[in-house]
Design a protein around this ligand. Structure first.
Ligand SMILES: [Zn+2]
Length: 269
């Protein structure tokens, strides 16, 4: 093995460890946010386009550990790790197969958001500026079945098309993004917008943000920077509560030492 091969291999191992940690941390923080619970899962594209990382079916979302995260093929074969992937694996596999732009996928069953598939003429529209990403609409997959086969996954990929999120009728949500940090921010904002919209509908006639307003917002919006800001906030809260361990956070996105509620709590013990 020459030096370049060794360096590439080292980089891949570092990257794999980072992605596994991010998935475990994001999963636990979405449990804390009430978005994931006993079901639902996040995934991230692996070291090649035909592989992705996802948690084992039987591991609790509340206590998922980075080293437990599996590396699996688009056909569901476990390449690294112990355990079986989730039964709705085809959601992730077929979305990665259909969309080369995707680096991370979330599937969850959040009733207050899924509610928008249960009512006539109640589409999810942007009412908060951070929902501008979904200004072109949120498609609804008409089949409420469990997505258990590749054919069902392909049908869902067809419903999603080029969109950033879709609802599954009477079932749940999929949100897609370029990496785990932007996915986490998108999931938080997607649910926040649905919640604000549901409340606004009770007050009166809703005035959603129009296309021009969303475009104006997106002109100055720094997506990557914003995702890091959200990550930093949620990880500092999770550190303080003990939901995540400090060694799972990268230095660049972890709260600064001595500047966290966790550090304050530590000092008061
Ligand atoms: Zn599901």
């Amino acid at each position: 093995m020459d030096r370049k091969e060794q360096t590439d291999g080292d980089e891949q191992r570092v990257r794999a460890r980072q992605v596994r940690r991010q998935l475990a941390v994001a999963t636990r923080m979405l449990v804390d946010a009430g978005i994931l619970n006993y079901s639902g899962h996040l995934s991230a594209r692996g070291p090649s386009a035909g592989l992705f990382y996802i948690q084992p079916v039987d591991d609790s979302r509340a206590s998922l550990r980075p080293e437990r995260v599996l590396l699996v093929s688009l056909d569901g074969e476990v390449v690294e790790g112990e355990g079986k992937p989730p039964s709705e694996l085809a959601i992730h596999a077929e979305l990665y197969r259909a969309r080369s732009d995707l680096g991370a996928v979330a599937h969850f069953h959040h009733d207050p958001t899924t509610m928008f598939t249960m009512v006539e003429d109640a589409a999810i529209v942007p009412v908060k500026n951070h929902a501008s990403r979904w200004a072109d609409g949120v498609p609804v997959h008409p089949d409420p079945s469990h997505i258990a086969t590749a054919a069902q996954g392909r049908a869902l990929a067809g419903t999603l098309g080029g969109a950033g999120a879709a609802l599954l009728r009477g079932h749940g949500e999929v949100v897609v993004a370029e990496d785990v940090l932007t996915l986490f921010a998108d999931v938080v904002h997607f649910v926040e917008n649905a919640d604000a919209l549901a409340r606004a509908m009770q007050l009166g006639r809703v005035r959603p943000l129009d296309r021009a307003e969303c475009d104006r917002f997106l002109v100055t919006f720094q997506r990557d920077r914003h995702a890091r800001k959200l990550w930093k906030y949620h990880t500092s809260v999770a550190l303080a509560s003990g939901s995540v361990l400090p060694e799972w956070l990268d230095a660049e996105t972890a709260p600064a030492a001595g500047d966290t509620r966790a550090a304050a709590l530590e000092g008061s013990r």
